[in-house]
Design a protein around this ligand. Structure first.
Ligand code: 26V
Length: 821
């Protein structure tokens, strides 16, 4: 479907005009940045027509709306993706060529909007893409952080965090909507007043500090269906412009305070997704966007509906983890204090409007807030949570009379803390995990008590990814090849990709499939040479682990195994060994010392291994700087092996695993998260599975009995690898990696030796790696495995995930949008 507004000549004229209007320049004089802006404005123009048409269609059809509430949206670049979804990429590419502009270079000008940490934020972005493509009315609700995820620079092997000023040049794909601004209130106190007329108490919030929330809307373009949904992210501003007015009134201090509060709230994304730090500012961020978003949703609902008690028929709030959980209390507050409902009516509406997704079982990440902080910052919201808690405890008592253990374990407020997950479960009508295994662990371990009391709320929604970004855009050669062979239906219905299975034994097809992989490897090799100065051989096995750096994800297991292989090759130079390139990419939280040390270790190992001529380049180690959505697309396309090696039970789902699979890279992994379902789809024989099961791990954790020291003492090769951490092999500073060494063994400095079972799984991992090598050597066998991974990836589209959310949780109505012009 070619949009007539993308007629080449019109398009070219529009780009020239934009360059002239925006920069008073001729096309030939414009910089790449200016060209990017000019082209983006032309594209945005077309999008805005569809946006208006979508708005009109929604108004006419009045569908139920999902508000996807998330602290993070890791969108990645918009220009290329928007063009693809508009069905205009080809035409625009040609038009630009005629103007002498390379579309790839232009796409590279765009900052990568990185308003998220990792999996949780990227999932939110994939979901928005799928919602628009499937024709459901949806808003993403979040924060317009001035600084997103930091840029990572590697200096002397260490991670250095550099601010990500993504808004510096102005971001073309956003629209400021000051007319929809809302006020959000912090601090103060609650005055209770008896209302004669109603015989009810009124709760009046006074003495607060107010901040203005100003929405910026970003278009979310559905795939060739004219739908444009909205990601609404909130900026903060002082209520009154700081100026002479306040100054004159002697309100100078207050004005400055307001200004600073506003600036602080939206200043920066918290770059840690592993540890709850209990920072007041983070709580402010949460309430800020939750309150503004809910106010906006209710205002919108009331424009066309007059019975607030039926809100749940048209509105559902999905809480992406516990971060937006005060939505529960904020909705109660608005329904009671502003809409005049009594508690029971407000509760009936609220509990039909909110649903919760859990994304982790890592205890450190569970959100708990000190009641002192919570009640001071949000006195009325806190009061409501107290009442929810009081009523819930009565329910628990009725259900389990005399069982005080239950109250202790399940209360929303206990030990001076508000437990956000408990609030989300008690108020939510749905609680879901993000992969089958994860949901089972929630039901049988982490949230057992809640599952027992309210089993009907619990359900699984296995994650998915959008094939439009991670294949159609990221791997354009393979996408074209697939369309040649099975037609284009896979683009909006990934289950169709199983039609590729008939080519599993077709030598010509397999050859073509692997040729495309090779070209993608050459492209990545070029990127690595340009960005890292390391030369890698595209004929070697590209073995890739890219994801956030966490101990549970076990990048350490990977690099220790590299050391082990290096030792083997040095010891047996004649040994047969298929050349391997180990590629890492990972950001560590700025305050996560051990994670940062592991990055340094990877780089130190790379230095030694890459420069040891005695191993003839058999192993190369590369740490790709600043791993992010834009280079991820290229990395997945070029991977041979997908490393998904978390300690079983710890990775809720993983979504990178799905992106590799889609691009034809078999999984080397543990039976964790969605790996379990990947293996189920592709078959044991087309994956490399190793390590302890989730049950075994959980059993050790509950009953003890794991002894890494025994392994150290009895396995000389493992012992050698560990010794090399502290004997100067990889750094002349023998203390540099002492902490890593200590963390693996029962030393005096370590309370839980090898918490993530690295030594326990080491041999099994090394053996699985041997199987990888053997399989790769058999070219045909490997090609078939790779192709089958792509062919069996149909389940892992976020379109499938979203349809399940719609069917089981949201119950949205499908909308069709027709073009008006
Ligand atoms: C947690 C925290 C804890 C407090 C400090 C700030 C912060 C920021 C983010 C998070 C989220 C951690 C949870 C998370 O990202 N989970 C990942 O979700 C993916 C999508 O469901 C899933 O594929 C990954 O397995 C899971 O680790």
């Amino acid at each position: 479907m070619i949009d007539k507004q993308f007629d080449k000549e019109t398009f070219k004229k529009s780009v020239k005009d934009n360059v002239k209007f925006l920069y008073r320049r001729k096309l030939e004089e414009a910089t790449q940045e200016q060209l990017f802006q000019a082209v983006s404005y032309t594209v945005k123009d077309v999008i805005i027509d569809n946006w208006l048409d979508t708005q009109n269609a929604y108004e006419a059809q009045d569908p139920k709306i999902v508000y996807y509430m998330s602290m993070e949206f890791l969108m990645g670049r918009a220009l290329g993706n928007n063009l693809l979804n508009l069905g205009a990429y080809g035409e625009v590419k040609e038009a630009l060529e005629e103007l002498g502009i390379d579309i790839n270079a232009l796409e590279d000008q765009e900052p990568d909007p990185a308003l998220g940490n990792g999996g949780l934020g990227r999932l939110a972005a994939c979901f928005l893409d799928s919602l628009a493509t499937l024709g459901y009315s949806a808003y993403g609700c979040g924060i317009r952080y001035r600084y997103g995820m930091f840029k990572q620079e590697i200096r002397d092997g260490y991670q250095v965090e550099v601010p990500d000023a993504w808004l510096e040049e102005g971001y073309p794909f956003e629209l400021r909507r000051p007319e929809y601004a809302k006020e959000v209130h912090f601090g103060g106190y609650v005055r209770v007043e008896y209302d004669q007329a109603t015989g009810q108490n009124k709760f009046i919030h006074e003495g607060y500090q107010a901040v203005k929330a100003i929405p910026y809307d970003m278009p979310i373009v559905g795939y060739e269906n004219n739908v444009v949904n909205t990601l609404r992210i909130w900026d903060a501003a002082a209520i009154e412009e700081f100026g002479f007015d306040s100054f004159d009134k002697g309100d100078y201090k207050k004005a400055v305070e307001q200004e600073n509060l506003a600036k602080d709230i939206v200043n920066v994304l918290y770059p840690n997704d592993n540890k709850m730090s209990g920072k007041e500012l983070r709580l402010k961020q949460q309430y800020f966007f939750v309150s503004a978003s809910i106010q906006a949703a209710i205002e919108k609902y009331k424009k066309t509906h007059d019975d607030i008690k039926k809100l749940h028929e048209k509105v559902v709030f999905q809480m992406n983890d516990t971060h937006p959980t005060m939505a529960v209390a904020e909705l109660m507050r608005i329904l009671m204090d502003q809409e005049g409902l009594g508690w029971d009516d407000a509760w009936a509406v609220t509990t039909k409007c909110v649903a919760y997704t859990n994304h982790t079982i890592m205890a450190e990440a569970l959100e708990k807030w000190p009641i002192e902080l919570f009640s001071r910052l949000l006195p009325r919201v806190y009061q409501i949570i107290e009442e929810i808690n009081r009523r819930f405890i009565i329910e628990v008592q009725n259900r389990y009379p005399g069982n005080y253990e239950k109250i202790k374990k399940m209360a929303i407020i206990y030990d001076g803390q508000v437990k956000m997950a408990h609030l989300a479960i008690v108020a939510g009508f749905s609680v879901n995990g993000v992969a089958r295994l994860h949901t089972e662990i929630l039901k049988n371990q982490e949230l057992k008590d809640f599952y027992e009391m309210m089993p009907e709320k619990f359900n699984n929604k296995t994650n998915g990814i959008t094939q439009r970004r991670f294949l159609l855009h990221g791997n354009q050669n393979l996408a074209a090849w697939i369309t040649d062979h099975i037609g284009p239906d896979w683009i909006t219905d990934l289950s169709q990709i199983s039609k590729l299975k008939v080519y599993a034994d077709d030598e010509k097809a397999l050859q073509e499939f692997m040729n495309i992989k090779f070209q993608n490897k050459q492209r990545l090799a070029k990127y690595i040479l340009e960005h890292n100065g390391v030369e890698v051989d595209p004929h070697s096995i590209f073995d890739v682990q890219v994801k956030r750096l966490h101990e549970y994800k076990r990048q350490l297991l990977n690099i220790l195994h590299v050391i082990y292989l290096y030792n083997q090759i040095k010891l047996h130079p004649e040994m047969e060994f298929y050349p391997r390139t180990f590629i890492f990419g990972a950001k560590a939280s700025a305050a996560y010392e051990r994670a940062k040390k592991i990055i340094k270790l990877i780089n130190c190992v790379a230095d030694v291994v890459n420069n040891d001529s005695s191993i003839n380049g058999k192993i190369k180690v590369v740490f790709i700087e600043n791993y992010r959505v834009s280079n991820a697309e290229m990395i997945f396309a070029a991977a041979d092996v997908s490393e998904q090696i978390s300690t079983a039970s710890k990775e809720a789902s993983g979504t990178g695993n799905m992106k590799f699979m889609l691009n034809g890279a078999p999984t080397l992994g543990t039976m964790d998260g969605a790996n379990v379902e990947i293996v189920e789809e592709v078959g044991q024989e087309n994956a490399f599975i190793f390590g302890m099961s989730a049950d075994q791990i959980i059993n050790y954790e509950n009953h003890g009995g794991y002894d890494p020291d025994f392994i150290y003492n009895t396995d000389a090769e493992i012992r050698q690898v560990l010794m090399q951490l502290i004997n100067g092999t990889f750094s002349s500073d023998t203390e540099l990696f002492r902490d890593i060494y200590d963390s693996l063994l029962n030393t005096k400095n370590c309370s839980r030796a090898d918490q993530y079972f690295i030594l326990g799984d080491f041999r099994s991992y090394a053996e699985a790696q041997k199987r990888v090598e053997a399989a790769y050597k058999d070219e045909k066998k490997w090609a078939k495995m790779a192709l089958l991974n792509t062919a069996c990836s149909g389940k892992f589209s976020s379109d499938r995930t979203i349809q399940e959310y719609v069917d089981d949780i949201w119950h949205l109505d499908k909308v069709t949008v027709t073009k008006s012009s």
